[in-house]
Design a protein around this ligand. Structure first.
Ligand SMILES: NC(=O)c1ccc[n+]([C@@H]2O[C@H](COP(=O)([O-])OP(=O)(O)OC[C@H]3O[C@@H](n4cnc5c(N)ncnc54)[C@H](O)[C@@H]3O)[C@@H](O)[C@H]2O)c1
Length: 287
């Protein structure tokens, strides 16, 4: 038996980067006390800067009132000490997308937190089952795949590993609902639903551009106007980060074969350090 939502009041978030800071923010906004852990104080400080900016933007557009934003901010505590997660009722891991690092984190968490605490992972492409294998309690490990940017996106993908128990799955859905997110469920197969379909779509957009099918602007316009998506493949790839798209595509290609092979131009952009919006240049240029 794992803890149900009624007994969750403190949430531990491992990793204070793009996703961890967002998850900490939405959990705190929903009223949970949050302990956010990263390996260095500088990363925690960056995480808090991201949270402050995001809360300010929400207040500016009247999506959140100022006192609720302040209260949310006060509910989040940062730490570099994993042991500070010991009293948490639910853990969400959002460290770098690397199996060895995630397995180390889960092995440590397994001995640190009570045996009925659900351990969620925000992995985009890695096997939940393999992450869970680093623990002695794989039944409590579940995929809790938030979308970027977490405070803006409405959906969370719940991923069920080979040994994930129904209690952990139920808690994942219920917790996401408490954060005002809708969920869908995927079996633990490479890329789950979202990245399995998104990654080849992005790569095909990049190949279409490289092969001269249309200008980059027209590829994006065509997909926006033609299929009613908010962003076309080249602008979305820039937004996600070209290094992130490359890494995810490589992981999926290892498992699913050639149809997931990254586009040549994607690799060339990453080799050049053109990573998209975050580096100021990708398929487009940014200020
Ligand atoms: N960025 C996205 O668009 C996106 C979307 C969905 C899911 N994800 C997944 O979320 C996870 C995190 O991605 P991100 O974009 O936030 O990465 P990020 O690089 O912004 O942040 C990762 C953080 O983890 C920290 N970290 C590394 N080892 C740690 C440890 N042992 N303990 C605590 N912190 C540690 C790093 O210092 C860094 O601050 C990955 O699994 C990624 O695949 C990312």
């Amino acid at each position: 038996m794992v803890r149900t939502l009624d007994s969750v009041s403190r949430v531990g978030v491992v990793g204070a980067g793009t996703m961890g800071s967002g998850i900490a923010q939405v959990a705190a906004t929903a009223g949970y006390d949050v302990v956010m852990r990263d390996v260095e104080q500088a990363y925690i400080d960056d995480g808090f800067d991201t949270i402050d900016d995001s809360l300010d933007r929400l207040v500016a557009r009247d999506a959140l009132n100022e006192s609720d934003a302040e209260r949310a901010r006060e509910r989040i505590v940062g730490t570099t000490d994993l042991a500070d997660l010991a009293g948490c009722d639910l853990i969400v891991e959002a460290v770098v997308e690397n199996m060895d690092i995630k397995q180390d984190v889960f092995a440590e968490l397994d001995t640190l937190v009570d045996a009925d605490v659900v351990l969620g992972t925000n992995t985009s492409t890695l096997s939940i089952t393999r992450i869970a294998a680093a623990t002695g309690t794989p039944g409590r490990v579940v995929g809790l795949h938030f979308m970027n940017p977490v405070p803006v996106m409405d959906g969370v993908e719940v991923v069920v590993g080979e040994q994930t128990g129904t209690g952990a799955v139920d808690l994942a859905h219920n917790f996401a609902a408490e954060l005002d997110k809708e969920t869908w469920e995927a079996d633990d197969k490479p890329g789950f639903v979202t990245n399995r379909i998104l990654m080849p779509w992005l790569n095909e957009g990049i190949r279409a551009f490289d092969e001269g099918v249309a200008t980059k602007e027209d590829i994006d316009r065509g997909m926006r106007l033609g299929t009613n998506v908010p962003m076309g493949p080249l602008e979305l790839a820039d937004h996600v980060g070209l290094d992130v798209v490359l890494h995810a595509s490589e992981t999926l290609a290892e498992e699913l074969g050639d149809r997931y092979r990254p586009a040549y131009l994607l690799r060339r952009k990453v080799d050049a350090g053109h990573l998209g919006k975050k580096s100021g240049q990708g398929f487009y240029e940014y200020d």
